[in-house]
Each structure stands twice: as C-alpha cells, then as structure tokens.
Design a protein around this ligand. Structure first.
Ligand SMILES: [Zn+2]
Length: 336
C-alpha cells in the first residue's frame, strides 16, 4: 500500500471509528472538508467574512460557499449535489460530492476510463414544430442548427467523424437523439442549446453546461427533480460526462470572457439515455439584450464553436489511452 492510500485508509477508518465525525445531513453522509483536503495535500482556510472556504496547494484551488451548492474548481463554477455545511466552525462536505464532483475533476486518470475518440454525435436542440426558446423573431432551433454545423466543420478538420441528430429544420423526438448516437457507436454526445429567461432579462447571461445528475442527488437545473430517481444509462459514464462538461465550460468562459454560470447537473432525456460521455451546452441567453445579439451573429457563433471544439480536445488529451498513435488509413481505405 503506498503512502497516499495508507493515509486515505487511515482517514476512512478514523471517520468510521469516531461516530461524532460521521455526520448525516438530509440523508447524506458528510465528512470534515479540512480532513479530506489534508489527506489530498491541500490546505483549508476561511475566506473573507467566513462564508467561503478555500482549499489550495501549488496546482489546485477549490473555493466553497458555506450553506450553498456552489463550488469553484480551478476557476470554473461547478454545482455540487449537496450544500457545504458549517458545523460550529467545522466545514463539512458531502461524501457524494467528493466522489461525483471533486475527485473525478482533480484525478481524472483514476475516474475516467481512457478511450479513443473517433466519432462525435452533435445534437442541435429542437427543430421543426419544436421551436425551442423564442426571443422576438428569433427561434432557438435556427441558431442551434447553425452552431452545430459550425462545430461539425471544425471537428471534421480535426479528423473526427461527426454525426448530427438533424441537419435540417426537422422535428426529432428526444429519445431518437441519444438512440442514434448509441446505434452508431459515437464516443461523445454533445447537445447544443440557447437559453432564455422570463425574469431578469437584462442581467441573466452566460453559458452553462449540463451533465447527468449523480444517482442519489437532486438536479441543479431550474426545474430540478429530486433525488429519488434511479440510475440511468447516462450514469454509467458519469465521471466522463462531468469531465467533458467541465472542459467545455472552462473553454467557453476563458475564450469568450463571458459570465460563468457553471457546470450543472440534470436528468435531461438526452443525457439519461446516452451510452457515452454526454453533455448539454446552453451556450448563452437569447433574452439578454447584448448576448442575444451576439448569438444571432455568425462571427460570435464561430467563436462559440471554436471554444466548444477546444474543450472537446482538452477532454481528449486527458482521456486518450496510452500507447502509439493510430496507424494512418491504408490507401484502399483512403480511396473510399
Ligand atoms: Zn433548448
């Protein structure tokens, strides 16, 4: 047993051996954040007026809001499943969040199985009679298709096979979308959408990227359903989906300098049924007067597509299996 494992095992034993430390809040098991941080080489400190706690070392910075589900993981917002709690000055974090949000992002090599990415399924949201969101004369379905075509062209230049769940203004049932990706053996599934809000149209803006809600957790979308939901096909690739969502969200907020509305969790139909790492990107708010205008411009969507592709490439770098690169296609294959 190496030292790190010995330390983790010792910590696990200590938590179980001392009942006072094994706290259950709202049915979820919590552990002291500082103990987990120490075991992983991070130092914990309170920030500002004491409503935030930061865990850092040379390469990692985690910021948690006490009594809230917001965490910042190396500069990107990630919604937790359970709020961080403050037990008389001792911050506690849910074991579920350590297992399904923090660890897979800090140690992807331990959580995400290496897999070559050859085929990517793009899913332009809505279509046909389903217009998606509307802002004035603008229909979401038009811009999701335009963005997907842009992402497709850029991914093809990078050598990927790309499938589209629709290439025209047609209605496609929700279950058909992941089913196509599953049937054709896609390695990733990326659904593209634009957001809208009824209230706070002048304030609410920026992208948010969804991946499947962990089993036992409630979702962090606006109409988030409860924690009673059982495991879905999508939960088989939970860590891969989270890592992909994180890399795409990071790329969007870094390259477009937009507000970071974070990585979030939802049991959207397309995420529930996909048998590969799957995300749904809400690329911004059509209802925001400035962001909306940008969404309707070719130049901005080109930038959005570039950012999404860069996020996918970052995910690929983290999950490519070790070994020699794939041999080039033979002449015979190349001529087909
Ligand atoms: Zn949509």
């Amino acid at each position: 047993m190496n030292r790190k494992f010995a330390l983790l095992a010792a910590l696990g034993f200590a938590v179980r051996a001392v009942p006072a430390m094994a706290v259950v809040i709202n049915g979820h098991s919590y552990v002291p954040l500082a103990d987990w941080a120490r075991a992983n080489g991070l130092k914990c400190n309170w920030l500002g007026s004491g409503d935030k706690i930061v865990a850092t070392n040379r390469t990692t910075r985690l910021v948690f809001d006490v009594d809230a589900r917001d965490a910042e993981i190396n500069g990107v917002q990630v919604a937790l499943s359970c709020p961080v709690a403050n037990a008389q000055g001792t911050p506690l974090i849910a074991q579920l969040d350590l297992d399904t949000a923090i660890r897979p992002l800090l140690f992807p090599e331990r959580y995400v199985a290496p897999r070559s990415i050859r085929t990517i399924c793009l899913d332009p949201g809505h279509g046909g009679k389903d217009t998606g969101n509307r802002a004035g004369w603008h229909y979401e379905k038009v811009y999701t298709l335009a963005l997907a075509a842009e992402v497709r062209d850029q991914l093809r230049k990078d050598g990927f096979n790309v499938l589209m769940t629709r290439t025209r203004d047609t209605y496609v049932d929700l279950p058909v979308r992941p089913a196509l990706a599953n049937r054709r053996g896609a390695d990733l599934f990326v659904s593209l959408h634009f957001n809208a809000t009824e209230t706070g149209r002048n304030e609410v803006k920026g992208p948010e990227t969804y991946c499947i809600t962990p089993v036992g957790a409630s979702s962090s979308n606006a109409r988030g359903e409860g924690s009673e939901y059982g495991p879905t096909t999508g939960n088989r690739n939970e860590s891969g989906s989270l890592l992909l969502a994180y890399q795409v969200q990071k790329s969007l907020v870094r390259s477009l300098a937009v507000e970071d509305r974070g990585v979030r969790r939802a049991r959207f139909a397309v995420l529930r049924d996909a048998a590969m790492p799957a995300i749904l990107v809400e690329c911004g708010y059509m209802t925001h007067p400035v962001e909306g205008r940008k969404i309707y411009s070719d130049a901005y969507r080109h930038g959005l597509a570039q950012a999404i592709v860069r996020g996918i490439l970052a995910y690929q770098r983290l999950t490519t299996p070790p070994g020699p690169p794939q041999p080039p296609a033979t002449n015979h294959q190349a001529m087909k």
